[in-house]
Design a protein around this ligand. Structure first.
Ligand code: ZN
Length: 360
């Protein structure tokens, strides 16, 4: 849907009172936690998002919110405490989480949680999922053969095809070593340096100095997101990626790290190995990217989130966060009966176990 129409529909929902109605419905359906899932913090209007969320929801750090969800609920809460609890999470740890999200969190006094990839914090390298596009765009050669296919980069569409091929190989690499070796070879063949240009700085990973400064402020908490962001279901290094990440983060942060976010985060990216590794490593809570909110019955290792996108208008974000957007989305999306059913379940049902979704 084009952005203008999207905003128009969201405005109709908002001004017709449907967002408020959905909010009221969630509120009366028992203790429920909304967790928003952002990545980048720049390139949109995060300030408007935060101002709206701060006005309507009770914003908490992730661990505090999850502790509260599992604790016995007092019968008579003050009015302010009755607002729906909401957590803002940012995956991957982009530099703009420091320059934009942290700056706003401090100014507006809003807690946020960032999921870090320590391997990238240490190396400072460009995240692998951004490399396919960057390498294809900046290639210094007219012709290159990768994976037995030759790309003529002066022809239309060939750079996009090359970007897709590189991305696919990086995505399904069985080990970090093989992924890094492939990246090195491709960079050399295309004549593109590994170092980022000043314009790409905003996409670089956070540094430890930035992480420590954010932690000291009290407005930012951190969780684990593996050492190098492999797709756990396809990786041969699941346990190491999950365990080492926790160890390094605990050394850097000086306290126990109990929360984890699965890379990419749909059941097909997690797999049974991923789920088992999280439990073996002892993470108390793990977050997926499956859409929905969480109740006391939710599986603590398969918590759901609502996609947050800073480039979206705040009205769209308001409709998505309340659940009303997904309730109506079958009307304009060609969706299977199963997925439409899941969207409606967003408002009413607890999370089903992972195996259920793998069958779909
Ligand atoms: Zn990620």
């Amino acid at each position: 849907m084009r952005e203008r129409i999207r905003v128009l529909v969201a405005a109709c929902f908002y001004y017709a009172g449907l967002v408020k109605l959905a909010y009221w419905w969630i509120q009366r359906s028992g203790p429920r936690l909304v967790i928003l899932n952002y990545h980048r913090a720049s390139g949109g209007d995060l300030r408007r998002h935060l101002l709206y969320l701060r006005r309507h929801y009770r914003l908490l750090h992730l661990e505090a919110a999850l502790e509260e969800l599992s604790a016995p609920q007092p019968a008579d809460k003050p009015v302010r405490e009755r607002r729906i609890p909401l957590v803002l999470t940012f995956d991957d740890g982009y530099h703009d989480n420091y320059t934009h999200a942290f700056a706003l969190a401090r100014e507006l006094q809003v807690p946020i949680t960032i999921f870090l990839i320590p391997g990238y914090v240490q190396s400072g390298e460009h995240f692998w999922w951004l490399e396919g596009k960057r390498l294809a765009q900046q290639a210094q050669v007219d012709e290159v053969t990768i994976e037995e296919r030759t790309y003529h980069l002066d022809r239309p569409g060939e750079r996009e095809a090359l970007a897709r091929a590189i991305d696919s190989r990086l995505r399904y690499a069985p080990s970090v070593t093989q992924r890094e070796a492939f990246l090195l070879t491709v960079r050399q063949r295309l004549g593109v340096p590994g170092e980022l240009t000043p314009e790409e700085e905003v996409e670089r990973p956070l540094t430890w100095a930035e992480v420590h400064k954010m932690q000291e402020s009290g407005w930012v908490s951190f969780g684990a997101h593996t050492m190098h962001h492999p797709i756990l279901a396809d990786s041969q290094e699941v346990q190491r990626e999950v365990q080492e990440c926790r160890t390094v983060l605990e050394q850097q942060l000086g306290h126990a790290v109990r929360t984890f976010a699965y890379p990419v985060g749909k059941p097909e990216h997690i797999g049974e190995h991923g789920l088992r590794a999280i439990k073996v490593t002892g993470y108390t809570w793990a977050l997926t990217t499956m859409h929905g909110t969480n109740t006391r019955q939710s599986d603590p290792h398969q918590l759901r989130r609502v996609l947050g996108d800073v480039s979206r208008h705040w009205l769209v974000m308001a409709a998505e966060t309340s659940g009303v957007w997904h309730l109506f989305s079958p009307l304009w999306k060609k969706k299977s009966a199963v997925s439409a059913e899941r969207d409606i379940a967003y408002l009413t049902k607890p999370v089903a176990p992972l195996a259920h979704y793998e069958q779909n």
